[in-house]
Design a protein around this ligand. Structure first.
Ligand SMILES: NC(=O)c1ccc[n+]([C@@H]2O[C@H](COP(=O)([O-])OP(=O)(O)OC[C@H]3O[C@@H](n4cnc5c(N)ncnc54)[C@H](O)[C@@H]3O)[C@@H](O)[C@H]2O)c1
Length: 392
């Protein structure tokens, strides 16, 4: 099979920049039906030294300190945005205007109105879009979706989802872009809770109303001494900056199909790492997933003989979505990076086949409407419909 080539322009070389670059490097080796090979053409970072070093280490042909040069570069087919949240909209809109396909990290924008404008621009230009809700590509999550669609757990009654981390639980962790409202938007909600909302939409359906509470437990942090991301250095006596968004959020949810649910997100959950969990409770059974044990899916079937009823653990194997592209036998285990490989596979196939990718900007806008509703609900201390926002 002759594969066509799609040139990638990656913006950002931090945590996710590296994750995306590794996924593009591996995808052609994992999937033998890949229709278009990624070519790592250009990497841009505002920090010229980081751009040059990352381009060399990650295998890009060229580096640039100017993302505008990247989005208009005649050889770039797909613009991949892994910068802090406030830059997504400006970069994506410029890329769309230049006729590029766009792969963007979550949350898509700082609010639903902006996300909606990005979606409209992409649809008018006819370009493919994709957003980095990588947990949707976990084989166990995809297997859960298949079981729900097959009616194995019956009518869905309840959803419980949480994303708990302690990555920012240390008060000495310096002030970075994630704590500033104009750069990040919401805090734990947009950063972590958005993944839970994407899972809720994928497995259960659209969230229509929310009632939320949000708290900031570490109100000030030392200014960073340069650098970016989770490993930015700080000293204890550095000037303090006031944290502008929430460390933790809890919300009640109602779904269009009649189900109810709860959502929780925290970046200060001492002891929790990537504790992304969800449970879907149905009339005939229930499903449970925990990303820290991402190669397992828990299934309970009420029709089992009474003396044997209980959650069973299904270990992911080649019978489950995408797993067999990595390993021929069950139990070898995939990791978070592999979900990114599956994500870029979906993107490249969609571009090659001139079809929509999933989740795209429209799906990410629906997530953003729920984020906005939770922010409004927590501030106004009342139930808020997701249709109330400007992006509705
Ligand atoms: N899907 C996931 O699981 C996941 C995980 C982590 C982060 N994210 C998302 O990825 C995005 C980036 O997060 P991160 O943790 O990688 O951040 P980071 O701080 O580690 O990296 C951000 C990068 O963007 C660069 N940058 C900043 N301004 C720029 C500009 N004007 N032009 C070019 N480059 C610029 C920085 O120099 C840095 O290299 C965020 O939107 C975040 O929400 C997603």
């Amino acid at each position: 099979m002759t594969r066509r080539e799609l040139a990638i322009g990656l913006i950002g070389s931090g945590f996710m920049g590296k994750g995306h670059a590794l996924a593009f490097s591996l995808v052609g080796r994992v999937f033998d039906d890949l229709l278009a090979m990624p070519r790592l053409r250009l990497l841009a970072d505002v920090d010229a030294d980081s751009a040059r070093r990352a381009a060399r280490e990650l295998g890009f042909e060229e580096a640039s300190a100017d993302w505008r040069e990247l989005v208009t570069h005649p050889e770039v087919d797909i613009v991949d945005i892994t910068t802090p949240n406030h830059l997504h909209a400006e970069m994506a809109l410029a890329a769309i205007e230049a006729g590029k396909h766009v792969y963007c990290e979550k949350p898509l924008a700082l609010d639903a109105a902006t996300a909606s404008a990005m979606t409209e621009a992409a649809e008018a230009a006819g370009v493919v879009t994709m957003v980095g809700f990588n947990y949707l590509k976990s084989p166990a999550v995809l297997a859960a979706k298949g079981l729900i669609e097959a009616g194995v757990i019956g009518a869905v009654w309840q959803f419980r989802g949480a994303f708990l981390q302690d990555v920012l639980a240390d008060p000495q962790q310096p002030f970075g872009w994630r704590f500033e409202r104009s750069l990040a938007g919401s805090g734990a909600l947009g950063d972590l809770g958005a993944h839970v909302i994407a899972l809720a939409h994928f497995l259960v359906g659209e969230v229509t109303q929310v009632c939320a509470h949000a708290t900031t437990v570490i109100e000030e942090r030392p200014a960073a001494l340069g650098g970016h991301g989770y490993r930015a250095p700080a000293v204890a006596d550095a000037p303090r900056r006031r944290v502008e968004n929430e460390d933790a959020v809890q919300a009640l949810l109602t779904f269009a199909g009649g189900a109810s649910g709860v959502l929780e997100a925290s970046r200060v959950a001492t002891g929790r790492k990537v504790h992304l969990t969800c449970e879907v409770i149905g009339s005939r059974g229930s499903l449970a997933f925990d990303h820290e044990r991402m190669n397992e899916l828990q299934l309970y079937e009420a029709a089992d003989p009474a003396d044997r009823r209980g959650f069973r653990t299904i270990i992911m194997g080649p019978e489950h979505p995408f797993y067999g592209c990595f390993w021929p036998v069950a139990g070898c285990g995939l990791g978070l990076g592999d979900t990114k490989v599956i994500e870029v596979y979906e993107l490249l196939q969609a571009v090659a086949q001139a079809r929509r990718a999933s989740p795209d900007f429209a799906e990410a806008t629906a997530v953003q409407r729920v984020v906005d509703a939770i922010v409004a609900s927590a501030a106004q201390r009342r139930w808020v419909a997701t249709s109330e926002g400007a992006g509705g």
